[in-house]
Write a protein that binds this ligand. Structure first.
Ligand SMILES: Cc1cc2nc3c(=O)[nH]c(=O)nc-3n(C[C@H](O)[C@H](O)[C@H](O)COP(=O)(O)OP(=O)(O)OC[C@H]3O[C@@H](n4cnc5c(N)ncnc54)[C@H](O)[C@@H]3O)c2cc1C
Ligand code: SF4
Length: 280
């Protein structure tokens, strides 16, 4: 396997495709390569080319900023700081970038073990009939995986926009539910690079996370809330194949839990209530 160290975004973009894959902190990609869930002949290291600064009062963030840098910056809205600090372990947070975090693959054990399930191009979701205690309660008809990113939920409530080397888009537009014709969970084009995020500064925000242990666990349910004047926005991690926006707490009534995930709806209701009271 070759490792390329480009010196500009243009050089990195030109090197991608045809068996080469972008590498940021590597905390997600390296295990996927090792388990042969991703095949690559060349890794294109983004470390030298991605913006990683935090600017404009915490509202402009380079995609190469690490979760560890975000969790301690006082200008970063509280929901995002808390989401970063509750993610993974200190070692992973000091390597893992925010760009890579938004693009992490599902932790569904069937997918990781390469079962020929719907997301791998098969006919049906293995988890729906199988063991699915950590799976989805929304958008779970074809694939019941639960999106693992804590920061993505926080960023959804903060109205985050992404700048890539090709376009600008809302964070919500980065994600899509899989369909029969297209099984991908993001709209990122092959070789497209996320360069920067822009977000709004709320009056108050928070991120609350339920885990199966107190630290270093993916979200069973993670609720972000951000208040802008009288408007309170909510988004949830760990409940759908993509980070999930709630129009209002009443939208929880639209959940479609599986037999083994009904408990997540109780968790979500409790965390939404607590988050709402925390942001006033
Ligand atoms: C044991 C473990 C526990 C974890 N727990 C949590 C948790 O509780 N909560 C949570 O939110 N996350 C968790 N994570 C995920 C972790 O936060 C991510 O692995 C990390 O943020 C990914 O960033 P990276 O820079 O290492 O990405 P990489 O591994 O380098 O890349 C990940 C993917 O993104 C692509 N990529 C990276 N940067 C860009 C870019 N700028 N533009 C385009 N493509 C890009 C890569 O090609 C690759 O496909 C955990 C991870 C592990 C291994
Ligand atoms: S939840 Fe998604 S990834 Fe997991 S088995 Fe079902 S289709 Fe595959």
């Amino acid at each position: 396997m070759k490792l390329l160290r480009p010196e500009s975004v243009e050089e990195a973009a030109a090197a991608l495709g045809n068996g080469s894959v972008a590498l940021a902190g590597g905390t997600e990609l390296v295990p996927l390569l090792r388990d042969r869930l991703v095949e690559a002949e060349t890794l294109v290291e983004l470390g030298g080319v991605l913006p990683r600064g935090i600017q404009d009062g915490g509202t402009r963030i380079g995609a190469g900023a690490t979760l560890a840098e975000l969790e301690v910056d006082p200008e970063i809205p509280q929901a995002l700081r808390e989401a970063c600090s509750l993610a993974a372990s200190p070692q992973l947070r000091s390597m893992g970038t925010i760009g890579g975090n938004l693009l992490q693959a599902t932790r569904c054990w069937y997918w990781r073990l390469r079962f020929p399930c719907f997301l791998h191009g098969g006919d049906a979701c293995t988890a729906r009939e199988g063991v699915h205690s950590e799976h989805a309660i929304f958008g779970n008809e074809l694939c019941a995986s639960a999106h693992p990113s804590d920061p993505a939920a926080a960023l959804l409530t903060l109205g985050a926009r992404l700048r890539t080397d090709r376009r600008e888009l809302e964070l919500a537009e980065l994600y899509r539910l899989p369909t029969e014709d297209d099984r991908s969970l993001t709209t990122l084009e092959p070789g497209e690079l996320i360069l920067e995020l822009e977000l709004e500064q709320p009056d108050a925000s928070t991120y609350l996370k339920a885990m199966d242990r107190a630290r270093w666990a993916f979200p069973l349910v993670g609720v972000a809330a951000a208040r802008f004047g009288d408007e309170v926005r909510f988004a949830i991690a760990g409940v759908a194949p993509i980070p999930w926006r709630l129009g209002s707490p009443a939208d929880l009534d639209r959940a479609t839990p599986l037999a083994g995930t009904a408990y997540k709806l109780d968790l979500a209701r409790t965390l939404v209530r607590r988050a709402q009271s925390a942001v006033g």
